[in-house]
Ligand binder design. Sequence first.
Ligand code: ADE
Length: 254
Amino acid sequence: MSQNNKMEITILSIFPEMFKIITDYGIIKKAIEKGIVKFNILNLRDFTTDKHKVTDKPGYGGRNGMVMLAEPFFRFYDEYEQRNGCKPYVIIPSPEGKTFNNEIARELSQKEKLVFFCGRYEGIDERVKAIADQEISIGDYVLTGGELPAMVIIEVLLRFVPEVVGSRESVENDSFYNGLLDHSHYTKPAEFRGMKVPEILLSGDHKKIEQFRKKDSLLKTILKRPDLFVNKELSFEDKQLLVEIVQELYQRHV
Ligand code: ADE
């Protein structure tokens, strides 16, 4: 790892090519070019010892499918430890894990080095969990492998690494960052098929625009994600804005 890299992400997968989806486009590509993040995308088959580079075998107990072998993951782990002088921080994407969210992403973004073990088929031999630090699920549904969940987790956590996203403000205004949904966004033209951009956004009055956006964000959260709103700790300003929202809604209906 070069001195400038702030984060190193290592991935172990039988489909390393899949990760081009994140490394070859957009902000992650730029972050790699700027030396903010370095990816080591490794083929699990390179950690096998047999002629056919087998990474999976039928599960014990019968009547279930193939299970990823423990051996290649442990070989990687031991080699990593020897080379780096420390154990890797290992994440296994799995539907059994803790459900991923911004808080987990923010914690992961603080780590200098992360390793993802991607399983396929029925999953990874349970004994590999002994060397994992976290299992993370991206939701209550099952995907055919850990690659897409790993990419989702990586994309989200990298947004919290300074300088990956051009403007901090844009990350801080993102949905969920402050326990609220993001405000609405509009671009040109100011009127489209009879639908007008709220006039205040064209006014150039930044203070009023800020207030309008905060109200929009609060109202959107109440209407679309009441579960989030109930858990939001409201500041004095939030409460004032809520009173204004109620007054405005009331005026519209009298
Ligand atoms: N692998 C398969 N399904 C998954 C999920 N929902 N989250 C994380 N990893 C998975």
